[in-house]
Write a protein that binds this ligand. Structure first.
Ligand SMILES: [Zn+2]
Length: 135
């Protein structure tokens, strides 16, 4: 069984990360809106499935995934966790991945298509990501 979280400076920094209305999410919404897409914010499609926004007319659910929490191939952690919380971190990240997969499946069960975009791709090119969403 895993132990208790130990306070570290890295941990305190991470605790400040916001979960909703993060800036890439807002950037993307603006770009989608500017391109004519109409969406609903944070709709709860099922228990454990709340996309960042959905485009009801396209039956499309969009999740903006933070590079860190969702393990982006470019910016996610690739080396094993170290330090007093190593096991807790590994466990937490594993559960994040499982939760993502479950949320995708729940949305699909409700007849939604799911699109996940990395925060880094939104930051690099919000209009480009919006165009992909609206194709
Ligand atoms: Zn990334």
């Amino acid at each position: 069984m895993v132990g208790k979280w130990v306070s570290t400076s890295e941990g305190r920094h991470l605790a400040k990360r916001r979960k909703t209305n993060t800036s890439p999410e807002v950037e993307l919404r603006k770009a989608v809106h500017a391109a004519g897409g109409r969406f609903r914010l944070h709709p709860r499609l099922a228990k454990g499935c709340t996309p960042d926004f959905v485009l009801p007319s396209r039956r499309l659910a969009v999740f903006v995934d933070g590079c860190f929490w969702h393990g982006c191939p470019e910016h996610g952690r690739r080396t094993p966790w170290t330090g007093p919380n190593a096991e807790l971190w590994a466990d937490k990240m594993r559960r994040n991945t499982e939760r993502d997969h479950r949320a995708n499946a729940l949305a699909e069960e409700q007849g939604w298509r799911v699109m996940r975009v990395w925060e880094c791709s939104v930051r690099a090119d919000p209009a480009g990501v919006a165009a992909r969403i609206l194709t």
